[in-house]
Structure formats: C-alpha cells, structure tokens
Unconditional design. Structure first.
Length: 295
C-alpha cells in the first residue's frame, strides 16, 4: 500500500538493553549527545521548551520543540518545528519492555504541514530517523555493557519488605554498604528530585562521602538515582544506579545496575574500590537484615 502524505512516519527497533537504560538514552541530555543531538538544555518535563541546530548539505535547521507528554520508562513526546518556517509536527518515543530487552517505537506525525520543498521531503525524514534509531541508538546500546555493572541477588523476603528496607531511612542505615561499613546520613528525601547525602565509614576508618539525587521512583518496582562517591579527598565518580525489584514467589530478585560515564570510569571503580564485590556484600547484608534466618 502506498504511503499517503499525512501518514505517520514510524520506525521500530528492539534493543538489547533494559527499559530504564533506553529511557535514559532518550531523556538525559548527557546520554542523548552520544547518539542523538547535542542539546544544551533538555528536561523530560511537560511544557519544557528546548531548541537545537542541525546542519545538512550546508543548510542550518533551527529546531524548536516543546515537551507534550512524559510517562517515565514508557512514553516521551514533543513538538518539532523549524524557526521561521510554517508547520508543526509531533515526535513520540514509546518503550515496551521485553524481558531484559526494549522495543522502541518512534512516531513522527504532521510532516505534511511543512513546506512542500525538497529539504522537508518525507524521504529525508525517513532516512534521518532510520539512521538515528537503527545506527545511532543501536551503537549506543551495544556499547553500554562496557560501562555497566550488574549485580543480581535473590532476597529471602517479599517485595514490600525489601522495598521498605531501602525506603525507610531508619532501616537502610542498618545494612547499607559492604561488610564492616557503617553509614551516617545528613539528609534523605526519598522522592523524585530528592537528595540523599550520607557518608560511609569503612572498617579501616576511611570515609566515603556520597551524594545521591533520586531521578525516578516506582514503588515496589524500581528506583533510579544519580550517585557521586569516592574516598574523602579524592575525585568524585558520578554514575546512574538503578535498583529493580521482582517478586519470585515469597522472595524478591533484586537487580543493581550502575551505568558509568565511560568504560574507563567503570574499570577504575571496579579495580580501585572493588565495586562489584562491595555491591555483592551490600545485597548480602540486605538479605541478612530482612530475613536473619536465611541471611
């Protein structure tokens, strides 16, 4: 069937990455510049306006956009028009989790409203989105494992009990950190945008200042926060930490995923701070805390 002028342009692709990582790829400006456009400003917040300039065959196109809808880990849409040109369109990203993979559906509507000249031809948009999704985003997700730490542990307690152990400030300090560590909390706001400022004290007396900001929280399912930490007096390493909670009968599978800015940062944290073993010990302490008999 021939494509009509006002038909939506659709590009779909399944990526070998979990939905929280693909969501971050399309909603975090620091990640977007790795595969999409280098935006000076962007927030996945309804009503947020942003702009960027793209150049093609010697012509500059100033894009003017406004976020229309945000459903975290599911949907992001924004208007897409050009400065000093008629027409307005809508770009929508939809995410569908498929186990540890994610199917992304890109829909661009309203292309027929742009000037009927070659620069705004539908075929140009088709080629552009095919390259962005099938080449740019594909390469981005393929590179993620080199800078991602994943730790999985089956916890001997129901999801609610495990979730509360993290959400409640009085409980989390009783198990947080590797073996032999203790934690002093200065501030904790368990909500999107909230800050968790605390210091972990190692068994040898070394202090590890931590400053986290919660990005998203889905009760009993997932929490995502940015984290900056390191030894007192040393450079701070900031990364994104995602915790997911999946019911396994009366037990809970907890998956801890940390995504670092670069593979070099990941290697440094693993070698210098023993992050993988530390994460395993932390989940072990969580297991012991929520069910001492099974810990």
């Amino acid at each position: 069937m021939a494509t009509k002028k006002n038909d939506p342009l659709i590009v779909e692709r399944t990526f070998n990455a979990p939905v929280d990582q693909v969501w971050r790829a399309i909603s975090d400006k620091d990640e977007m510049k790795r595969w999409y456009f280098d935006l000076k400003r962007f927030e996945a917040r309804k009503g947020f306006e942003f702009d960027f300039t793209a150049e093609h065959k010697g012509m500059k196109f100033i894009h003017l956009c406004r976020v229309k809808e945000v459903i975290i880990h599911k949907k992001l849409s924004y208007t897409w028009r050009y400065k000093n040109q008629p027409g307005d369109s809508l770009v929508t990203f939809e995410l569908f989790p498929e186990g540890n993979k994610t199917r992304l559906k890109l829909t661009h509507t309203g292309l027929e409203s742009f000037p009927a000249v070659h620069a705004y031809d539908r075929k140009n948009f088709q080629r552009g989105w095919n390259f962005i999704i099938n080449t740019g985003l594909q390469k981005y997700t393929q590179a993620l494992p080199k800078r991602t730490m994943v730790i999985v542990r089956l916890i001997h307690a129901p999801v609610k009990r495990v979730w509360d152990a993290f959400a409640d400030i009085k409980q989390v300090v009783q198990w947080w950190g590797p073996n032999g560590f203790s934690t002093t909390t200065e501030k904790r706001e368990f909500k999107p945008g909230g800050v968790w400022k605390h210091t972990m004290h190692g068994p040898d007396g070394t202090d590890y200042p931590n400053h986290s900001t919660f990005i998203s929280i889905e009760k009993h399912k997932r929490m995502v926060y940015s984290l900056g930490n390191g030894k007192k007096g040393s450079d701070c390493i900031r990364f994104i930490s995602t915790w997911t909670f999946e019911a396994q009968g009366p037990k809970t599978q907890v998956t801890l995923r940390g995504v670092f800015p670069t593979a070099q940062d990941y290697n440094r944290v693993v070698k210098q701070y023993g992050a993988i073993e530390g994460g395993k010990q932390t989940l072990g302490r969580l297991n012991q805390f929520v069910n001492p008999k099974k810990g």
